[in-house]
Design a binder for this molecule. Sequence first.
Ligand SMILES: CC(C)(COP(=O)(O)OP(=O)(O)OC[C@H]1O[C@@H](n2cnc3c(N)ncnc32)[C@H](O)[C@@H]1OP(=O)(O)O)[C@@H](O)C(=O)NCCC(=O)NCCS
Length: 148
Amino acid sequence: MTNFFPITINDVDALMPIETACHSHPWSEKTFKSCIGGRYFGSFIKNNDDLVGFYIGEHVVGEVTLMDICVSPDKQGNGFGKVMLNHFIDEAKRIEATKIWLEVRAKNISAQMMYINSGFVETDRRVGYYPSASGFGYEDAIIMCLSL
Ligand SMILES: CC(C)(COP(=O)(O)OP(=O)(O)OC[C@H]1O[C@@H](n2cnc3c(N)ncnc32)[C@H](O)[C@@H]1OP(=O)(O)O)[C@@H](O)C(=O)NCCC(=O)NCCS
């Protein structure tokens, strides 16, 4: 059984290992903590008491940005990402946002597929925006948007 819980500052220690395992350039604990409360909102999920993943969104003047979404690597490919993205979209609708924005690495095809399948469209590209995951050179950021 999958359950959602709102993220508080007290959850960061438990979520940091997922953040670190999921990204080549993960948030620091300090950055993670700065994305909790105020204009930020987020949830983590547990499946049968097992911590699976989390998302963080930011709400600014009627628009929402997906700041981060992660599923623990050993639990990826089981539909949890989609369940969390749908929860995030429902939350954005609930707070009456009109658009959702996100940025994704050009080489992150699985995340892009997930977003495209949920109706996001590419609106822009920032050339060489991210240091590459391999440590050599840079990688484009793709900007995607979903109108609600
Ligand atoms: C992106 C991420 C959250 C997806 O979570 P997940 O639980 O693995 O995804 P799901 O099993 O729910 O799959 C959702 C959709 O993603 C796409 N997808 C997932 N894995 C894929 C793969 N290996 N290849 C292509 N598409 C894939 C598919 O469209 C899939 O939908 P479908 O099964 O109906 O075809 C997860 O891979 C992750 O945490 N990645 C590392 C962190 C990250 O890159 N976050 C995004 C930052 S922008």
